[in-house]
Design a protein around this ligand. Structure first.
Ligand code: BGC
Length: 742
């Protein structure tokens, strides 16, 4: 976003008092919670709206979050404008993470499409619905790299890889904003990539724990998706909660100014995470709220997201005492007001309540959700061609599992404004697709598990208590499977077992699901395991005993139809894993781009009790079509340091089914200033290939693909060296060629 001096903003700044300015830098949650909701964190929840009203009446609010009802947004806006001495409207923000009313598949699912166009179209739908209700800013995309499956928030990101992460981040920014942040169209919203930076590296995968990230990992892995999002025009960045290498991200001047502004050229505004300015005291970093506010502002943070008692309120005194200059304050206020101007808020602060209902009901949005869900599913196993099912040959199908008929789980976490009535479960989808000629029986199979330790998030949605006796439920499922020609088992994790505040110490199928799976497989009826999860689960047993495994993530409002389409072959699976799938929790963190290091046994048996390889490699995913790769060719065997090499390969669809292949190029630099990964995703192409068709797929490997940050020189490096390129369907790609950079 370009913060060119705007006459309107400058004129306002000239008239505003210090208190007026500080008010613009505060964002309050405005909760509307279920009756009787309480929380240790929020305290008197019922009192929170009253405190916000008082702040609005005093003109002391720059932004509000968590309101999605257009009538309430208009009412709050009227109050804000009346209460503000200069009539400045508030900016409404919300976590529009995977849809507002139309729920799209979760972000990790969108990333599994590896398709920027699909991702952009999906988030444009989310943006249109949000904007229609008066939300003008989303706290998304989450672009944190995640390599530790214990961390629940991996579901919100694009997985382990900085290249894929950057492409998906940029696509989401384009989808939300429709272009740069200096002028946002009337059906789009401001995007806020988060959490800057390194949140995904939380120690032990424990949400909110500190991150310790080496400089080379920061520059090469964790920061690039942010840079890509900024280059795509993102107008906002959210600072992370945790300590990064011992300094809280929200008070980290190196991060928020030296990196974000000086190195990346970011000109928009930075928002804190919820309470993360006040939390600088909790970190035992700041002395008290004034110190917290001053240090956050001076680090480069512009807007404090607060539940109550914002630390930034103390900036009024800090200006008076001379700790903060009014010029410093102006810099942040200018950024905020520029965003409001770009969003058209000054000229048109209200929302059309009637039009909102029409946009939310748009059937085209449901079609996008369904297509995105179908494109995101990853087929992990298909022994003996169990899938696709031949619908015309079936007469009895069993659909089993606690998530098969659960509307709420089908939608996934981070959604609040959904409509359960229109949510299509996998059970609904299969029933509808197979029609009345096929008997579809349903058994829950096991009780849905509940959280062992209560969470703050329970106040938004009270946990559903488990029902039923596991032995009886499993017996019912076994009977249903025995009587059927195929059993579709929908297993995985409850939607509230993943997301924020939902890390896990185990990757096993929760509750009695593993037992259910084994007993159903023992019936001898062919089993299709449909997995609903946002992280890899321990599938060691399933990967050997269950013929078909389809990861469908949390597929959203129209997920059940998308899954049914895939099961019967109306759609062909085309998703690819955006992360390395470990065998067990003991292997994490795990990712594909590792260096070789000491390796006496070549294949590297590092554990006593487990293989060192993943269960499924990064980039992996089957199709009903099959593909073959020809020899890899390079355009020239040698080039200069700033030269480009074209890498080509012939890709053939060797089947009778049309399909989509994601051709992936991995690079290995054989010597240099640093040791480089054995395989590093460097380029990929999504190729639609008709049955029997062949296409020449070309990639370019130039300086941008070879440059990396080296801890040896503490700088960006472009080495002269020999390189290997591998092209294939996943990170174990075998076909290769070499070239030399002089
Ligand atoms: C999360 C953010 C989110 C914010 C507002 C925080 O707890 O970390 O990702 O945007 O809440 O809901």
């Amino acid at each position: 976003m370009t913060v060119a001096p705007s006459p309107r903003v400058e004129e306002l700044l000239a008239r505003m008092s210090v208190a007026d300015k500080v008010g613009q830098l505060i964002q309050y949650f405005s909760f509307s919670l279920p009756e009787g909701a309480t929380s240790d964190v929020v305290g008197d929840v019922a009192g929170q709206p009253r405190a916000v009203d008082a702040a609005l009446d005093a003109g002391g609010v720059g932004s509000l979050l968590f309101v999605t009802d257009p009538a309430r947004i208009n009412a709050l806006q009227r109050r804000a404008i009346a209460g503000n001495a200069h009539g400045i409207p508030v900016l409404f923000g919300f976590d529009v993470i995977h849809g507002l009313r139309t729920i799209l598949p979760v972000p990790i699912a969108m990333a599994a499409t590896w398709d920027a166009g699909i991702v952009e179209r999906a988030q444009a739908v989310a943006a249109a619905e949000a904007r229609a209700v008066g939300i003008r800013w989303t706290f998304a995309p989450m672009v944190d790299i995640a390599r530790d499956a214990r961390w629940g928030r991996m579901i919100e990101g694009a997985g382990e890889d900085p290249l894929l992460g950057g492409i998906v981040a940029a696509a989401q920014v384009r989808g939300f904003q429709g272009g740069g942040a200096d002028r946002i169209p009337a059906d789009r919203i401001l995007a806020g990539p988060k959490h800057f930076a390194g949140y995904g590296a939380a120690l032990g995968g424990r949400d909110y724990d500190q991150s310790e990230i080496s400089d080379q990992e920061l520059w090469n892995v964790y920061l690039p998706p942010f840079r890509a999002a900024i280059e795509a025009g993102a107008g906002n960045i959210m600072a992370a909660y945790m300590d990064l290498n011992g300094v809280p991200a929200s008070g980290n001047r190196w991060l928020l100014t030296d990196v974000l502004r000086d190195a990346f050229g970011f000109e928009g505004f930075v928002v804190s995470d919820a309470n993360s300015v006040k939390d600088l005291e909790t970190h035992h970093f700041a002395e008290g709220p004034t110190d917290a506010g001053v240090r956050a502002l001076q680090a480069g943070l512009d807007l404090e997201m607060a539940i109550a008692d914002p630390a930034f309120a103390h900036l009024v005194d800090a200006v008076e005492s001379g700790r903060v200059s009014e010029t410093e304050l102006d810099t942040s206020v200018r950024r905020l007001l520029a965003a409001k101007e770009a969003l058209g808020l000054f000229d048109d602060p209200y929302v059309d309540e009637e039009a909102a209902a029409r946009v939310l009901a748009d059937p085209a949005h449901r079609d996008v959700a369904r297509a995105t869900a179908a494109a995101s599913a990853v087929l992990l196993r298909n022994e003996g061609g169990v899938l696709p099912l031949d619908a015309s040959a079936l007469s009895q199908v069993a659909v089993i599992g606690p998530y098969a008929g659960s509307k709420r789980d089908t939608l996934g976490p981070w959604v609040f404004d959904y409509d359960l009535d229109e949510t299509v479960t996998i059970l609904d989808g299969v029933r509808a697709r197979l029609g009345t000629a096929v008997t579809v029986t349903h058994a829950a199979g096991v009780p849905r598990v509940t959280r062992e330790f209560p969470s703050l998030f329970d106040m938004f949605e009270p946990p559903v208590p488990p029902t039923g006796d596991p032995d009886e439920l499993i017996a019912g499922a076994v009977a249903a499977a025995s009587a059927a020609e195929v059993a579709i088992l929908v297993l995985g994790e409850n939607q509230e077992m993943i997301g924020e505040n939902a890390s896990r110490a185990s990757l096993e199928l929760p509750g009695a699901q593993q037992r259910l799976l084994e007993e159903v497989v023992a019936t001898g009826t062919p089993v299709v395991l449909v997995l609903m999860s946002g992280r890899p689960l321990d599938l060691r047993w399933a990967s050997e005993h269950v013929p078909a495994i389809l990861e469908v993530w949390y597929p959203g409002t129209r997920g059940g139809e998308a899954v049914a389409d895939l099961l019967v072959g109306d759609a062909t699976p085309r998703g690819r894993l955006p992360f390395t799938w470990p065998r067990s929790v003991g292997q994490v963190p795990m990712h594909h781009a590792v260096t070789r290091s000491h390796d006496p046994q070549k294949q590297g048996q590092r554990y006593w009790d487990e293989q060192s390889t993943p269960l499924y490699p990064f980039g992996f995913g089957l199709s009903y079509a099959t593909f073959s790769y020809g020899e890899v060719a390079v355009s020239t065997p040698e080039c200069d340091r700033d030269g480009r090499i074209e890498v080509t390969v012939e890709l053939t669809n060797t089947s009778a089914i049309d399909g989509v292949e994601v051709a992936q190029l991995y690079l290995h630099q054989r010597s240099g200033t640093s040791s480089r990964p054995l395989r590093k995703l460097t380029a990929f192409r999504v190729v639609e290939l008709a049955a029997g068709a062949t296409e020449r797929v070309a990639f370019t490997v130039g300086p941008d693909q070879r440059r990396y940050w080296s801890a040896a020189t503490r700088d960006w490096t472009l080495d002269a060296a020999e390189f290997e390129v591998y092209v294939g369907p996943d990170a174990t790609a075998e076909r290769s060629a070499t070239f030399r950079v002089r």
